[in-house]
Design a protein. Structure first.
Length: 216
C-alpha cells in the first residue's frame, strides 16, 4: 500500500514538473490510457484527484476518458475487426460481446461500464464492431463511466489532502460499492451468457448465425 501511494506521489511530482502544461499533459495521458488499453486507468484517475482536487480532477478525467473511448469506438468502426484483435490481443470479449442479442447490447454495455470488475476500456474497442450508433455509445459512456471516475478522483484527492476523515469516508463508500458489485458479478456474467446467440459455425459471424437460425 505504501509503495502504491509512493508511486502516485512520484507520478504527481513528475506531472507537476510540466508547470502550466500539467493539465494538458495529464489530459493526454488519461485519454491515451483508454486508447492504449490496458494501461491502469484507475491509477491515473487517482492521480487526477491528487493533482486537481475532486471537481477539476473529475471534469478533466471524465472528458479525457470519454474522448478516448469515442476515439477507440470510431477507429474500430473505420478499421474493423483486425484492429480490435491486434490491440486487444485477441481477447475472448470480442466474440462474447459480438454474440450478444442486439436488443440487449446497450443494456449490457452500460452494466459493463458501471461494474468495476469488467474491462470497460477494452469493451469500447469491441462496441465499435456492433450496430450501436455513435450517439447512443456516447450517452452510455457518459452515464456509465462518470460515476466510477468521480469516486476514484475523490479518493485521489483525499489521499493527498490533510483530511483523513474525508479519505476514510470515500474509501468506505468505495469498499461498500465494490462488495455490492462483486456479489452481483456472477449475476451479470450469467445475464450476458443468457443473451448470447448460440456459437456460430466457423466462418460465420454471430449475427449471420442468428439469421440462419431464424430461417429454419
Amino acid at each position: 500500500m505504501l509503495k502504491y501511494l509512493g508511486t502516485i506521489d512520484a507520478l504527481k511530482t513528475y506531472l507537476l514538473s510540466f508547470g502550466p502544461w500539467t493539465p494538458a499533459v495529464y489530459f493526454i495521458l488519461q485519454m491515451l490510457q483508454v486508447i492504449l488499453a490496458p494501461l491502469p486507468g484507475g491509477t491515473t484517475t487517482l492521480i487526477g484527484g491528487a493533482l486537481f482536487g475532486g471537481l477539476w480532477g473529475t471534469l478533466i478525467s471524465s472528458v479525457a476518458v470519454i474522448l478516448g473511448s469515442c476515439a477507440v469506438f470510431a477507429l474500430t468502426k473505420r478499421l474493423g475487426r483486425p484492429f480490435v484483435v491486434k490491440f486487444s490481443h485477441n481477447s475472448p470479449w470480442i466474440e462474447k460481446f459480438e454474440s450478444i442479442h442486439e436488443d440487449k447490447m446497450e443494456t449490457i454495455l452500460f452494466l459493463i461500464f458501471i461494474f468495476p470488475a469488467f474491462p470497460d476500456d477494452l469493451i469500447c474497442f469491441v462496441a465499435g464492431l456492433t450496430k450501436i450508433p455513435f450517439r447512443r455509445f456516447l450517452l452510455l459512456c457518459v452515464v456509465g463511466r462518470t460515476p466510477g471516475i468521480l469516486l476514484n478522483t475523490l479518493i485521489g484527492a483525499g489521499i493527498m489532502s490533510d483530511n483523513p476523515t474525508q479519505l476514510i469516508i470515500f474509501i468506505a463508500i468505495y469498499a461498500v460499492l465494490i462488495v455490492i458489485f462483486l456479489l452481483n458479478t456472477k449475476r451479470l456474467s450469467a445475464y450476458i451468457e443468457k443473451h448470447r446467440y448460440h456459437q456460430p459455425e466457423k466462418g460465420t459471424s454471430p449475427h449471420e448465425s442468428k439469421n440462419h437460425t431464424n430461417t429454419k
